[in-house]
Design a protein around this ligand. Sequence first.
Ligand SMILES: [Zn+2]
Length: 280
Amino acid sequence: MSIELPEAKILVEQMNDELRGKRIKSCHLQDYERLQRIGMLNRDLKVFDHLVNGKIESVISRGNVIRVKLNNGMNLILGPEYGGQILYHADEKTAPSKFHLKVIFSDDTMLTVRLTSMGVIQAMNDNDLGLSYVFRRDFNSEVLSPIDKEFTFQRFSELLASNSRALKSVLVGKDAFVVGLSNSAFQDIIYRAKLHPKRKASELSMDEGRALFDAIKLVVQERIGFKGKDQFYDLYGNQGSYTPAMGPNMKQQPCSVCGTPIEKLSVGGGHVYFCPNCQV
Ligand SMILES: [Zn+2]
């Protein structure tokens, strides 16, 4: 299950409360060879040694990328994009044997990170942050974040109007004009906005654009409110309780609004479930 903006936000709030001020005693990596081969982890693992003795100053996120900032000019960038777990452990007893990165703090509490699909674990110097693709993508202030005050309907509708691409590519992926959403949120959002998955941005009427804008805000806020999607586990291993209104969980189910059987379409390199009656 993908970690999208709401889940990253939940993790970051917990990490700030729990980890701020802690000093890193040691970092341990395991089962990392494949991750390294496909660019999900630093090529030079010695960079992780530079995290040691650093004190956690703050933890922030934008989109679905998490930046753990240390007081010694170093950062840990975590982007469990398509799945992963970031867990806090009060002691060794509750720490899992499977992890990619284990950070032990000077008070012997620890943090483990395990990616279950594509994502990144990177140790980066402040000056090198721009070399991280996911950091560059999501911390780019020119791309809107649905929870920032700059995300206004006026700005959003201007972007829609000037873009003839399909809705999925303007909301999800590297050319999107909002950060932090993936295919899961996309299906949920366009179902609530009653828009067909193949609609194009510039073809939307003002009312349809408004419905899309409101649905983005609603899905993001509800998911944060429900402590994440129902397949998500937070820093303490607690499961989220947000069930998407549309997605693979609705396969072969009737639409909860009109009863029409849900269908599946191939859109932009992935599958999108939708109601052929409600979404036009
Ligand atoms: Zn329907």
